[in-house]
Design a protein around this ligand. Structure first.
Ligand code: TXA
Ligand code: MG
Length: 344
């Protein structure tokens, strides 16, 4: 990989960051979900650089980011009614909508597919940057492939310094988990390809309010006995720190994990346990670190940082609570299970 001199740009330098994008460069930028690694979505060479910087498989398509719905015809070719409801009801916000692909995009963006994932971030900083770019920006999360996604400038810098042209020093991600990916296959069938900050419950309510109660929502991998499509990227092991991530759903599960720690007992971080119903709030000398979250939102916002920090403090094991699969819990479960090594 070619070494790049990476500049740190502040929020007064978004215009400079945008000119790097227009010149074919790679720029890491903040969003409300996670930091993204952006390139001009019209340029095959610039987009190729993303795959190199991340070490990402070429068959995994990228999400295209735009500043507002005014730019939609630069990236997509038409949409059905369900798609319109999603875009008008949820953007700007932490959602990606799969649409028929526009012809101007570099083929590398969509990995040969005839659809494209489109996202208008809720983050005002991200939208200011995207508006300054004036071209659509292809951007995966700014982590090296397989690693936890960065949710702060410091994490993004640590992942990408030397691999990109600039990293924008922006705020921490408010949500901390990647966008919900939704594919409105038709006006009757809508798939959630990756759970995120917008829950299936919220999507259901949106379609009901919009006068589309007949829409059937299908959540990838969660309807038993059926093979449902998932986002291609969800086939890969992901979000993994060096430490082994082990999961528990309740106090008995935690006790089992503790009993099995053996020699790793002194090098273990515990996260999320305080949110478990009926969890004792006492601290125990066994743990190198123990989280103290108030809510599932707090857990989601800090999850990736916790995984990276566990490695920094030399934890060999991260014990993490697996919340029930409702609301944000669905997205947390998805990321935790992948971090623990479960694929597909
Ligand atoms: O919140 C987010 O979505 C962040 C920020 C930076 O916007 N981006 C992000 O990108 O998470 P990435 O590349 O880490 O994840 C994109 C996911 C992959 O699983 C990919 O397979 C899927 O989106 N994807 C992209 N285009 C698709 C398409 N046309 N059809 C189905 N899945 C698609
Ligand atoms: Mg990613």
């Amino acid at each position: 990989m070619v070494h790049r001199v990476t500049r740190k740009l502040n929020l007064e330098q978004l215009e400079e960051a945008a000119s790097l994008i227009r010149a074919g460069g790679l720029v890491v930028f903040p969003t409300e979900t996670v930091y993204g690694l952006g390139a001009n979505a019209f340029s095959p060479e610039a987009v190729g650089g993303i795959f190199t910087a991340k070490g990402r498989p070429q068959d995994n398509p990228l999400i295209v980011h735009i500043a507002s719905l005014d730019q939609l015809d630069q990236v997509a070719a038409g949409m059905n009614r369900a798609a319109r409801v999603l875009l008008e009801g949820l953007t700007p916000g932490p959602v990606t909508v799969i649409l028929p692909r526009g012809s101007g995009l570099a083929p590398e963006v969509t990995a040969g597919k005839d659809t494209v994932g489109v996202r208008i971030p809720g983050s005002a900083v991200a939208r200011r940057f995207l508006a300054a770019c004036s071209v659509p920006v292809a951007a995966p999360s700014a982590n090296r492939s397989g690693r936890p996604s960065p949710t702060s400038f410091a994490m993004a810098w640590a992942e990408m310094e030397g691999r990109v042209d600039a990293v924008i020093e922006g705020p921490d991600a408010g949500l901390g988990l990647e966008s919900t990916i939704v594919w409105p296959q038709s006006d009757r069938v809508v798939h959630v390809l990756r759970p995120g900050g917008i829950s299936p419950e919220a999507l259901r309510a949106l379609f009901d309010r919009a006068g589309l109660p007949e829409v059937e929502l299908r959540v990838a991998g969660h309807l038993l006995g059926e093979t449902l499509p998932a986002a291609p990227g969800t086939r890969y092991r992901h979000y993994s720190p060096k430490a082994a991530v082990r999961l528990f759903a309740d106090a008995a599960g935690l006790a089992d994990q503790l009993a099995g720690l053996g020699a790793d007992a002194g090098a273990c971080s515990l996260i999320g346990a305080e949110l478990m119903p009926g969890a004792p709030r006492t601290s125990s000398p066994v743990f190198q670190h123990r989280s103290d979250y108030d809510s599932l939102e707090d857990y989601a916002r800090h999850l990736y940082r916790e995984l990276v920090e566990a490695d920094h403090r030399g934890s060999r094991v991260v014990l993490a609570w697996l919340p029930p699969p409702a609301g944000l819990g669905l997205a947390l479960r998805d990321r935790l299970e992948r971090a623990a090594g479960k694929t597909g």
